[in-house]
Write a protein that binds this ligand. Structure first.
Ligand SMILES: Nc1ncnc2c1ncn2[C@@H]1O[C@H](COP(=O)(O)OP(=O)(O)OP(=O)(O)O)[C@@H](O)[C@H]1O
Ligand SMILES: [Mg+2]
Length: 501
């Protein structure tokens, strides 16, 4: 290695080795979905209204492409764009520029493939260039290939008057390293693309919903529907007052939402909102940078994901002028909270869990409200919450007095035993997993009738009118879960009580 002495300063040539540095660019932690989103970022920044994702998983050289109708690039802009580190991360960007590092196009592509070709058209000039990692490994030179003939580039005929086509070939990573078995390789690629579909619908939903005209993203010709994680198209969602925090380099906006209850939307919509991780794991902050989602469903260390706050999601909007404060990474998949923002978010979380707790406690109080005569009592004792069958409930009391005296104590013990053997740990596990599938056992009609016969006379004797009796029973277990059947039974009991009077 040459060494040069400049005045009193001694330097040596430390140009990076192309072959090894470009190889390490491959491993900065992209998945198929984050890589795809990074390419789509560029298309959106270039003003695209229509983006097509194409895949050809079954051929000898499987390929994936992202085509847009954005501004396109001139030949010199294309060459600049292919350069790793094409822009200085410290430079100011326009507010709607989703980029920062001048790296995404290359690092996202190399994370999935070894051959990246970009074909682009602007002002009637068409240009194309390719990075080939095998070629760099051979030559150890930072050199791209410039194309004169575009015909061999898959989907090149789809490029419109202006726009860009990014093509990934030699999909060694995307095909999970499967080289020989074409069928298994195709399955692997298709699976990866299918799982990226939800990510794309979620990450770019605001461009697909709010823009005029809206951004259209298609996957192999099929248009993708936006996935709004706050369920705002369902009338049953709730939205709190917006809030904001202005700091030196920009304003952060907050908006809290409560998702619609699962009973008020279709099971398909409910599953779509919960995603593969489920609702418990999808609660929390949703952080958007320039309306593009960068963090989804996490309390960012400020709270735990609990059943109580399962339906809470808080939208946080940050501008790209605050990138340095938030320590945005190349993949746009992580960020750190600046201290002032963290403090505000902590307050938001506290307020939110207080509201949920209050709702929960209100429900608890109603449960012990004498008018409703529940079979189970919810008791708060020494900081614990205990559910216990209420021996004084008419259905138990009426039965008990019909027993011989020596059996009455046994009966009380049996009922007590039910209460003390509530399988709390199993219930807890089930609620943490798929709570909407947990429900009380079905009750047979005779048991319902027995319960109605115990409750109706007491309610009527308290002076409760018939309408109100029906209203009360409609809300308590087990009538509420079987109301269609229970209603007839309750009305029959009321009718026979009234005729006895
Ligand atoms: N689809 C596209 N249409 C037009 N120009 C593009 C397109 N994709 C990339 N470019 C140009 O190439 C440049 C480099 O893109 P690249 O994704 O590598 O970096 P970036 O978007 O500037 O920053 P980041 O690393 O944060 O993504 C962009 O700044 C843009 O000028
Ligand atoms: Mg980019």
């Amino acid at each position: 290695m040459q060494s040069v002495t400049v005045a009193s300063r001694k330097t040596a040539d430390a140009t990076p080795h192309a072959a090894s540095l470009i190889q390490s660019l491959r491993d900065i932690g992209y998945s198929c979905e984050t890589a795809l989103a990074d390419i789509i970022d560029n298309s959106i920044t270039a003003g695209s209204r229509r983006i097509d994702i194409f895949s050809d998983a079954g051929s000898d050289d499987p390929a994936l492409a992202i085509l847009d109708d954005g501004s396109g690039m001139s030949r010199s802009e294309l060459i600049e764009a292919m350069r790793p580190g094409s822009r200085n991360p410290l430079a100011d960007r326009l507010p709607d520029d989703l980029g920062r590092f001048g790296l995404g196009l290359k690092s996202a592509s190399f994370s999935q493939c070894k051959r990246l070709t970009v074909l682009t058209r602007k002002d009637r000039q068409t240009s194309a260039a390719t990075w080939d990692l095998d070629e760099i490994a051979r030559s150890n030179r930072w050199e791209i290939e410039l194309h004169e003939d575009f015909g061999e580039i898959p989907w090149s005929e789809r490029l419109g008057e202006h726009g860009t086509l990014v093509v990934w070939r030699s999909l060694d990573r995307l095909s999970g390293g499967i080289l020989q078995d074409v069928r298994r390789r195709a399955e692997h690629v298709n699976r990866a693309i299918a799982s990226a579909e939800r990510h794309v619908r979620l990450v770019f939903h605001r461009f697909m919903e709010d823009d005029r005209p809206p951004l259209r993203i298609r996957l192999n010709g099929r248009q993708l529907e936006p996935l709004d994680p706050f369920g705002t198209r369902h009338t049953a969602h709730q939205r709190e007052m917006p809030d904001s925090l202005t700091l030196a380099r920009g304003t952060v906006e907050f908006q809290s939402f409560t998702l619609p209850h699962h009973k008020s939307i279709s099971p398909a919509d409910w599953d779509d909102l919960g995603g593969p991780e489920g609702h418990l794991r999808s609660q929390g902050f949703y952080v958007y940078r320039g309306r593009r989602l960068i963090i989804a469903g996490s309390w960012l260390g400020l709270a735990r994901q609990t059943e109580l706050t399962k339906l809470c999601r808080i939208r946080v909007d940050i501008p790209n002028s605050m990138d340095a404060d938030w320590k945005i990474d190349v993949k746009k998949a992580s960020a750190q909270l600046p201290p002032a923002v963290r403090e505000r978010m902590r307050l938001l979380v506290e307020r939110l869990s207080l509201t949920s707790k209050r709702t929960y406690q209100r429900r608890g109080q109603r449960l012990v409200d004498q008018e409703y005569l529940p079979l189970w009592q919810r008791v708060q004792k020494d900081g614990a919450i205990i559910y216990r069958p209420d021996l004084a409930h008419p259905v138990f009391a009426d039965f008990s007095v019909r027993l011989p005296e020596d059996l009455q104590a046994d009966f009380a013990n049996l009922v007590g035993l039910l209460g003390s053997s509530v399988p709390v740990a199993a219930l807890h596990a089930d609620f943490a997993g798929s709570p909407e599938e947990v429900r009380a056992d079905e009750v047979d009609n005779l048991a319902l009738k027995q319960m109605a016969e115990a409750m109706v006379p007491r309610l009527l004797a308290q002076g409760t009118d018939v309408e109100r009796v029906i209203d009360i029973l409609r809300q308590v277990e087990p009538f509420n879960t079987n109301w269609a059947v229970a209603r007839t039974i309750v009305e029959e009991v009321i009718a026979s009580e009234s005729s006895n009077e």
